[in-house]
Design a protein around this ligand. Structure first.
Ligand code: ADP
Ligand code: MG
Length: 679
């Protein structure tokens, strides 16, 4: 099978070539010694014995004890890989990649050979691979091709405490196949103490505890509420840097944007401190960070300097960074929330749970006594934070999962063995959405369209948009758009000192107010015309890495077209055809302009706004469809395209009636003189 390993230089992630010479050999020896110092090591034999004896085991151990990197290696050393692949799931892509890189390093093999990883749109495995790290979502997709997972001898569902949607669904499916595949070993590993719940679910599976070493952590709260946690975090980092003894700092932020902001401000402020202060090495880590930069967070800090890691939740339990002595915890994370009544999904910055706060604090006490600075009050901690984070299955759109389960022939969703069942309203809403997308018929059975949609590792709306592109003869354009949307919001960049230039470059792609989807297509096609030039990306303030990723995704989508019997067809002069295909997937994300310049969603009336980064932000088309909603200061629609209201009735007559799309005589908003810069 095709793999991308040749195109990406993974050695970078490991900080060097695979050892050949004597010096490198001794480095490998040193790594071997290091493995023996991990808390899990003394329990190796006992653990292997337990695994041999029982089919399912729940493993609990503190973050950093060696569960993720060591257990799969132990199993390999004990011969389990002879019977099949040893798989280990991770909730996050970065964790899967980084851990696989580490393990291949420890084993002295090239990443992608004996040790590999598989994440959406990126398969870094080969025939040789015996230890496979993957996202939980990828394993879920593997069920579609191999319902009994016959090629695996062991599956370790790691970070089970995170309770992601995919992990929860895997529980049900794995429990089921373990009944008829007695040879399959199942390990459920968790960093927290809710192991009893996992054990109960897996028919009283034994719990294996790895005793942790933990040093005391002093916890500090703020005296009063901090109005601006970003600013408070920056000040705290600088205070630690100037006043506290050596030791690295870990700051928990909610996402890429925040991390970049803090990175920039910290750089600026430390420059102002002069040369008397020790060097502060700033290391960001988040999902879209390029692989080479990810490795930087693990590099030991040089003597006399201090490292500050700016991380998302990924550093809470999935990644362990040695040397952290100080944790700065603003108390927030970005979580998905879903309103099953309206079917609306939003990402929002929310307070973390007490359990998360404890995990975060614990990161500072791994190698010695630590300190945790919480940027909230003790009162907030005790009275406002929930004990635990609500499992994702109870706060998300389930359309994707329902489509996957239906494709696996699981029709009775209500009686599926959920560890914590989703709200029945959310299940119903998912079935309803799949029905209006024609993926399910009126009896709730998978249709031909649904079967084809399930081939794509995308949200059902995007898959539907691709399926529909066949009808409008524009699959070429539509897969480019789908690929660009899948890369997220990291296409354009906007350096603080060149904002005007960046905004102008960006607006070039919007000529004719084509809308954000077509603008993304324009970016992709223009880049393609330059023969994928890096220089062109620089000149246009476009992130070349994101573009390369989009190209990879696009290549894979093109490959999948064949499987669903869609020909690659192009219709470059008919943008309406492209917009209609988009509408066929996203028609329920329609909104209509109101008199006050706000928008109202058509079916479940709610007030929303055009995101200021949209090319249509100053244009105010009367009807739009949006890709997603994000809630910051307001409920914003991101990635929008103008729409003719009759299309809704034409494309989704089962969803819209004429009365829904009748204009109320509203005049188009006057257009401004020229466009204001993007805020
Ligand atoms: P657990 O899964 O129990 O949290 P891990 O197996 O992830 O523990 O980590 C064990 C140790 O391996 C950590 O203490 C850390 O020192 C080291 N480690 C893990 N990943 C990396 C990496 N990518 N680079 C360097 N060291 C790592
Ligand atoms: Mg782990």
């Amino acid at each position: 099978k095709e793999s991308v390993m040749d195109r990406i230089q993974y050695e970078d992630a490991l900080g060097g070539e695979i050892p050949e010479d004597a010096a490198a050999k001794s480095a490998l020896q040193k790594l071997k010694e290091e493995r023996k110092t991990l808390p899990i090591y003394p329990h190796r034999e006992e653990l292997l014995q337990a695994i041999e004896q029982y089919q399912v085991i729940v493993i609990v151990g503190e973050t950093g004890s060696g569960k993720t990197t060591q257990i799969p290696q132990y199993l390999h050393e004990a011969g389990y890989s002879k019977q099949g692949t040893i798989g280990c799931t991770q909730p996050r892509r970065v964790a899967a990649m980084s851990v696989a890189a580490r393990v291949s390093h420890e084993m002295g093999v090239k990443l992608g050979h004996e040790v590999g990883y598989s994440i959406r749109f990126e398969d870094c495995t080969s025939e040789k691979t015996v230890l496979k790290y993957m996202t939980d979502g990828m394993l879920l997709r593997e069920f579609l091709g191999e319902p009994d997972l016959a090629s695996y001898s062991v599956l370790m569902v790691d970070e089970a405490h995170e309770r992601t949607l995919s992990t929860d669904i895997l529980f049900g499916l794995l429990k089921d196949i373990s009944r008829f595949r007695k040879d399959l070993k199942l390990l459920i590993s968790s960093a927290t103490l809710d192991a009893v719940k996992f054990s109960d679910y897996f028919d009283s599976a034994p719990i294996f505890k790895i005793p942790g070493r933990r040093f005391p952590v002093d916890i500090y709260f703020t005296k009063a509420l901090e109005a601006d946690y970003i600013d408070a975090a920056i000040v705290t980092v600088l205070q630690i840097h100037v006043m506290q003894p050596p030791g690295d700092i870990l700051v928990f932020l909610t996402g890429q944007e925040e991390i970049e902001t803090v990175d920039e401000i910290l750089k600026h402020r430390t420059r102002g401190l002069g040369t008397k202060i020790a060097e502060l090495i700033i290391c960001p880590i988040y999902a879209n960070l390029p692989t080479e930069l990810q490795a930087k967070i693990f590099k030991p800090t040089p003597k006399g300097a201090r490292k500050v890691v700016l991380a998302t939740n990924i550093a809470e339990t999935s990644l362990t960074i040695d040397g952290i002595k100080y944790v700065v915890d603003p108390g927030y994370c970005k979580i998905k929330s879903y309103n099953p009544r309206t079917g609306m999904e939003s990402l929002l910055i929310s307070p973390i749970s007490k359990a998360s706060a404890m995990q975060r604090a614990g990161r500072s006490g791994r190698t010695g006594p630590g300190k945790c600075f919480r940027l909230y009050t003790a009162y907030t901690y005790h009275h406002d934070l929930e004990d635990n984070t609500v499992p994702e299955i109870q706060r998300t759109n389930l359309a994707n999962v329902v489509l996957t389960l239906k494709s696996l022939g699981i029709d009775d969703l209500v009686n599926f063995d959920f560890m914590d069942p989703p709200p029945s309203e959310a299940l119903l809403k998912a079935v309803e959405l799949l029905f209006v997308l024609s993926a399910l018929n009126i009896r709730g059975e998978l249709t031909n369209v649904g079967r084809r949609m399930a081939e794509f590792p995308l949200d059902p709306m995007l898959s539907k948009m691709i399926i529909a592109s066949d009808q409008y003869k524009c699959s070429d354009e539509v897969i480019s758009i789908a690929a660009m949307l899948s890369v997220g919001n990291s296409i354009f960049y906007r350096p603080k000192d060149k904002q005007v230039h960046a905004d102008n470059a960006r607006l070039n792609f919007h000529t004719g107010n084509v809308g954000d989807h077509i603008a993304l297509l324009n970016v992709y096609n223009s880049w393609k015309e330059t023969n994928f030039s890096t220089q062109w990306c620089y000149e246009n303030y476009i992130q070349v890495r994101s573009m390369k990723r989009a190209r990879d995704v696009r290549d894979q989508l093109e490959g999948l077209l064949e499987r669903v019997e869609i020909e690659l067809s192009s219709n470059p002069n008919d943008l309406d055809a492209v917009k209609k295909a988009i509408t066929a997937g996203f028609f329920h994300h329609s909104a209509r302009l109101q008199k006050d310049g706000a928008y109202k969603t058509v079916k479940n009336p709610q007030t929303v706004y055009i995101h200021p980064s949209s090319g249509l932000a100053e244009v105010h088309p009367r009807w739009v469809i949006y890709h997603e909603l994000v809630l910051t200061t307001k409920e914003y629609m991101r990635q929008i395209t103008e729409l003719k209201p009759d299309w809704l009735v034409e494309i989704a007559p089962h969803y819209y009636q004429l009365k829904d799309v009748e204009d109320s005589g509203l005049k188009k908003m006057p257009r401004g003189q020229g466009r204001a810069p993007i805020k």
